[in-house]
Design a protein around this ligand. Structure first.
Ligand code: ATR
Length: 280
């Protein structure tokens, strides 16, 4: 009998995870299937326990469930997910325990490493202070980066910087508002956009323009809708290296796949599948 995996969220119709994971299962000839399920926050605990009772192989959680999951009695969060404050991957352990992980930060790190970046000691500006920024900040601080969080709402940036500092990780971090962005970018090596600027339908908005960037920069936009965001166009115009948000999507999925199965999935195929789905 096929082993069932799934992603819970609401809305969930446009999720790329089923195509990505089913392509990996097929390539590895694993008798498994991955579905998207619409689950509201108030039904999340029942849905997770139901999936466990039915022998599901594992779950992903997406908007708006990642933070809700952390509050459920049935899930034991791993320490990193606990610090981030969100769970995107659920593992049903052989012992009967249900563990919650967050693979977003590791997904972002692996995406950056695709362009051969040394993270330790790099000066990284992270724009935004939402859930994705939290996952990325904790991961990059663990890897020894010098991080500045910049956010429209300055207090959120400072709050995130304090949360990361309290965790006493090897990196350094501070939080500030958007006002000083130009000067910060002059000094930085890497810019990561986690805000919704540039995302469909606001495709002409951007956190930075070519004039504010430079050719030694690596610019990573976690937005992948559209595939070529205005920020990535501006970065290319400045001669900077770019990293697409598709890579983070693929690598966070690949990390989840490994947690569920212990098997290394075919990331190139997963990337090709996601790109085809986005271009369809
Ligand atoms: P996620 O959990 O996916 O990271 P989120 O929590 O909704 O998403 O965070 C969205 C981020 O985009 C926030 O940092 C938000 O800034 P605020 O904290 O000030 O709300 C940022 N953002 C959204 N619209 C923006 C805009 N027009 N200009 C600048 N930042 C914006």
């Amino acid at each position: 009998m096929k082993r069932v995996f799934g992603v819970f969220g609401d809305p969930i119709g446009h999720s790329l995870s089923p195509a990505m994971h089913n392509a990996a299962f097929s390539a590895l000839e694993m008798d498994c299937v991955y579905h998207a399920f619409r689950v509201r926050p108030e039904k999340l605990e029942k849905a997770i326990l139901g999936a466990e009772a039915m022998g599901f192989g594992g779950l992903n959680l997406t908007v708006p469930l990642k933070e809700t999951a952390l509050k459920l009695d049935c899930i034991r969060p791993d320490p990193l997910a606990d610090k981030i404050g969100a769970i995107n991957t659920v593992v049903f352990e052989k012992t009967g325990e249900i563990t919650g992980y967050n693979t977003d930060g590791l997904g972002a790190k692996k995406a950056l490493l695709e362009v051969a970046v040394e993270i330790k000691g790099s000066k990284i500006v992270v724009a935004g202070a939402g859930g994705a920024a939290r996952a990325i900040a904790f991961q990059l601080a663990a890897d020894g980066a010098e991080i500045t969080i910049i956010n429209r709402t300055e207090e959120r940036a400072i709050e995130l910087a304090v949360d990361v500092s309290v965790a006493a990780l090897p990196g350094r971090i501070k939080g500030t508002g958007l006002a000083g962005i130009k000067n910060l970018l002059k000094e930085a090596d890497i810019l990561i956009n986690t805000t919704t600027l540039g995302m469909h339908p606001n495709t002409e908005t951007t956190i930075a323009t070519a004039e504010e960037l430079h050719s030694d920069f690596i610019v990573f936009d976690i937005v992948y809708n559209p595939l070529e965001t205005r920020l990535l166009r501006e970065a290319r115009a400045a001669g900077a290296k770019t990293v697409s948000g598709v890579l983070m999507l693929v690598f966070q999925g690949a990390e989840a796949f490994k947690l569920w199965t212990g098997i290394e999935p075919p990331v190139e195929l997963m990337k090709k599948t996601v790109l085809e789905a986005l271009q369809a």
